[in-house]
Design a protein around this ligand. Sequence first.
Ligand SMILES: Cc1cc2nc3c(=O)[nH]c(=O)nc-3n(C[C@H](O)[C@H](O)[C@H](O)COP(=O)(O)O)c2cc1C
Ligand code: FES
Length: 365
Amino acid sequence: MSNKRYAVLVCQGTGCMSAGAEEVLSSLEREVARPNLKKSIQIKRTGCRGFCQRGPLIVVEPEGIFYSKVRPHDIPEIAMSLLPEGKPVKCLFYRDPITNKPIPCYRYMPFYSKQQRTVLRNCGNIDPENIDDYFAVGGYQALRKALFEMTPEQIIDEVKRSRLRGLGGAGFPTGQKWEACRRSPGEEKYVICNADEGNPGAFQDRSVMEGNPNSVLEGMIIAGYAIGAENGFIYTRAEYPLAVKRLKIAIAQARERGFLGKNILGSGLDFDIRIFQGGGALVCGESTALVLSIEGKRGMPKPLPRPRTTEVGLWGKPTLLNNVKTFANIPLIITYGSEWFASRGTEKSKGTAIFSWPAKWQIMV
Ligand SMILES: Cc1cc2nc3c(=O)[nH]c(=O)nc-3n(C[C@H](O)[C@H](O)[C@H](O)COP(=O)(O)O)c2cc1C
Ligand code: FES
């Protein structure tokens, strides 16, 4: 938080925006432009907070006051509540679905208090269109550590010891895949982030890309260094325009600040990332179909037996293909260590998992 008294976090994820969050944000900006509020209030656009069915959402920090289903006509009252003598707007408080008691602060809502947010820890708290916000929560420190304190082999070893398993569905051990790709002979290798997310009702990857795109880029750059690749692709779908927009902004800002491109941070590493927008076919999320799609061919899974993508992938070169969440976990593993990561989760599946479900599935939260 800046030196202002309040930070008003306005969710601008796809769910809230489809419920009118852009109008809510514009009304708030107009209201807070008044001299008596301007000095003490910082307005921040954020990605998804996970509770889309109650959107548009506003959170006022540092108290964590949670307002749901906010409409533009609620904004003057919210603005008044931010004056020194102001009181929170009770009619917009979330109510416990069982007791019907109002819960002013989101930290005490059952939906949030039972969650252990790891990959999503900064989604909903930072502005995804401002790389400085990512820096403020330790962003790109893992990359610095990887480049200047670790060899590629040490990184792969750390990922192996974390026992992270791919989060795209098949659960393949990530460190093992990285090792295989590093060992595959060939000067030219590629990193691909699978952001196709074709399963109906799934929007976990979209939330990460919209809410914290730099975490995905950081994981991919570390992967590029670890396997010896200079080029990365994010394969996503054209139906994800907001994710594409925020990824493009993040890539441009990362290039400007020296985290992508030639000689990253003076380390000698060259690595850049491009976005590829697919047509939205579920089958193109399968690794070999995805690779064919980037090559401009028909996206069809290659029949078995076939060589692994880590040996023969994009344009016949060794290719490391991981899911969005798999990459977003990497900076955390490098920063906090494999032991920290492996202390969470189950015996066979370490770390945490993200769930999403369509709003029409009635679940009490
Ligand atoms: C039909 C089909 C669709 C798939 N769709 C996706 C997808 O949208 N995203 C994804 O990450 N993995 C998807 N997968 C799994 C990928 O083939 C691959 O295992 C995964 O991207 C590897 O990344 P990971 O090791 O990080 O999980 C799909 C697999 C099949 C068979
Ligand atoms: S988009 Fe706002 S909570 Fe999900």
